[in-house]
Design a protein around this ligand. Structure first.
Ligand code: APR
Ligand code: ZN
Ligand code: ZN
Length: 361
């Protein structure tokens, strides 16, 4: 039987979000209904509300979530009712060229639930990143659920569903940070801080945090940065070179998404270093570089999509490390809020006051 729950809707471009009754169908083949316990507020939710992703209003927002599986549809074997799960926005297909080559993190045929959640009047909702978890319950593809240890708090577990995984994965999966490496992270919001925490986890010897806001640099130190550079007042490329014996960093992670910071990342790496681009630029942004510099520098230039993560491998591992006290995921939760506070949380996020506000149920 379809059921009615409360969820946060973005009704139209730049209109304030509001809590409405939504209708969740029973799970069909390959689907699961999840009772959401916590869901973090991410920039992408704000971008949906602003119309920056697409025009498929109304959206059901929220996508950084953890909860308990309530019911599964036909043919679902990966999870069962009662399982504690973290949701991911890329259920891989197992069939495409990338999956068959053993690189499912590059799957081009990821999928979501087939059925639609609706408003009471039958209007179909577009769930943010195929999840829609600012809701008491949500309908997803079973492959979007990754079972993890239920001993961890839902507010912490849910973070792995998006930004924190993107940052940690940029360091450990895409960047391949190793013991003794020097790392520079440009932009120390939630994603950059997670890249710092990931670099520390991987054994980096030196982690230089770069930001234009001193408050962010203080937090970066708590996450494991060994040095900080305020790039409003100091040339970050020069500073990073100085801190790395004149060479540049082995791995530079860009977590802003602007031309000037892409350029800084490009020049701040060691000649054989790796640049990892996590910050998402807008369509009109371009970057001009002397070709001789592009040719003359070795190493690698990589972009990192969802931290090149494999949820079934990475989510349980990171939760294990958190439980052992080797990774403090709790440090990313600035505040827990209610379902009616999402609009306020967007304002605080926009002002740079929070790493993560997390809706708890
Ligand atoms: N130089 C250095 N730091 C900058 C600059 C700049 N020119 N401009 C902004 N910043 C800093 C901000 O002060 C902030 O600390 O970058 C940080 C960005 O953090 P958030 O806005 O919290 O964004 P976050 O969620 O971390 O995401 C960063 O990664 O996945 C992408 O889409 C995401 O593009 C975004 C980026
Ligand atoms: Zn695939
Ligand atoms: Zn997100």
């Amino acid at each position: 039987m379809a059921q009615e729950v409360r969820g946060v809707i973005a009704p139209g471009k730049n209109q304030p979000v509001r809590v409405e009754t939504i209708v969740i169908p029973d799970p069909g083949p390959g689907e699961a209904v999840v009772k959401v316990q916590a869901c973090g507020v991410c920039h992408t939710d704000l971008h949906y509300k602003q119309g920056g992703i697409n025009d498929d209003f109304p959206f059901l927002l929220g996508h950084e979530a953890a909860g308990v599986v309530e019911a599964v549809g036909e043919g679902v074997s990966e999870v069962a009712p009662g399982d504690f799960v973290v949701l991911n926005w890329r259920a891989v297909c197992g069939q495409c060229r990338a999956c068959k080559r053993g690189r499912p993190q590059y799957c081009f045929d990821t999928h979501n639930a087939r059925q639609k959640m609706t408003l009471k009047d039958g209007t179909e909702l577009s769930p943010a990143l195929g999840i829609g978890a600012f809701a008491e319950k949500t309908l997803v593809a079973a492959g979007q659920c990754t079972k993890v240890d239920p001993g961890v708090s839902p507010a912490v577990a849910g973070l792995l569903g998006c930004g924190v995984m993107a940052g940690i994965g940029a360091a450990i999966n895409t960047g391949g940070v190793g013991r003794g490496d020097s790392v520079a992270v440009i932009g120390c919001g939630g994603v950059g801080d997670a890249a710092i925490a990931g670099s520390r986890l991987a054994g980096a010897a030196r982690i230089v945090a770069v930001d234009i806001d001193d408050r962010k640099l203080e937090t970066a130190l708590r996450m494991g940065a060994t040095h900080t550079v305020n790039s409003r007042t100091t040339d970050p490329v020069e500073a990073i070179r100085e801190l790395t014996g004149g060479f540049g960093a082995d791995v530079v992670i860009e977590a802003v998404g602007r031309p000037e910071t892409y350029k800084q990342a490009f020049y701040a790496r060691d000649l054989a270093g790796t640049v990892v681009l996590v910050g998402v630029p807008t369509p009109e942004m371009t970057l001009e570089l002397p070709l001789l510099d592009v040719f003359g520098r070795g190493g690698a230039l990589k972009s990192s999509w969802y931290g090149d993560c494999l949820p079934s491998r990475d989510f349980p591992m990171l939760i294990d490390l958190h439980q052992q006290g080797r990774l403090d995921l709790g440090a990313f939760v600035t505040e827990t809020i209610g379902l009616g506070d999402v609009e306020k949380a967007f304002e605080r996020m926009h002002a740079g006051d929070v790493l993560r506000s997390v809706v708890v149920f």
